[in-house]
Design a protein around this ligand. Structure first.
Ligand code: G3P
Length: 217
């Protein structure tokens, strides 16, 4: 498997209703590339998951582990049974207890289910690294949705983060292809991109350009 990945987080933007999420999946699937991860709103997760071909479909969150009486929760065991490819955990918009994050990593150990833990600083990242997740993503909360890229606003922190973390991803404010290039220069193995991707008209072209930059890793 090639090294870099890109996660397009559709959050719960109004533009990504059920039909639009499916349209986005179809567009990016035409690139036929396993490095694209799509994280749709929970409402369309399973619908997209059974229609994926090469793309990885991941959950935006998980909040219970074993199946059982957990009304309203996004359940890890069910995600795995339904062959969802992985999950974000501890996103700034959905923080989790450290002990819970650890349990999710332990539960998915030795499986192909990918755990992508988000963190807001290096201290958290180093703590999470002990749990052996698939990826750790640095996303400074204040830059999320700002259009000011983490790779430009915090190059020193990104560089240190990428040098100390095994599979480092970065996200927050990433908009242009230059922001992605800069992230690679600083050592990132991949990106989380939300608002810029949702807003862009030609999603296939945008995704293709990101993949071309990932080729340079
Ligand atoms: O999960 C990715 C996200 O939080 C970054 O958001 O809108 O700054 O790309 P955005």
């Amino acid at each position: 498997m090639r090294k870099g990945i890109v996660i397009f987080n559709l959050k719960t933007y109004v533009q990504v209703n059920f039909n639009e999420s499916l349209k986005i999946l179809k567009e990016i699937e035409s690139l036929n590339d396993e490095r694209i991860y799509l994280s749709p709103p929970i409402n369309s997760l399973d619908y997209l998951n059974i229609r994926k071909k090469k793309c990885q479909i991941i959950s935006q969150n998980v909040d219970s582990i074993e199946t059982g009486a957990f009304t309203g929760s996004t359940n890890l065991e069910l995600l795995m049974k339904n062959k969802v490819d992985g999950t974000l955990i501890n996103h700034s918009e959905r923080r989790a207890e450290k002990q819970f994050v650890r349990k999710v990593c332990d539960y998915t150990k030795n499986t192909s289910f990918k755990t992508i833990i988000c963190c807001e600083n290096l201290r958290e990242a180093l703590e999470f690294q002990k749990y052996n997740p698939s990826y750790i993503a640095y996303e400074p909360r204040e830059l999320i949705g700002s259009g000011i890229s983490v790779s430009n606003a915090k190059p020193e922190i990104v560089k240190t983060f990428c040098s100390k973390i095994k599979n480092p991803l970065i996200g927050a404010g990433i908009t242009s292809i230059q922001d992605v290039e800069k992230g690679i220069e600083l050592g990132a193995n991949g990106f989380l991109i939300a608002s810029a991707f949702v807003k862009t008209k030609n999603k296939k072209k945008y995704a293709k350009q990101v993949l071309e930059i990932l080729d340079t890793i």
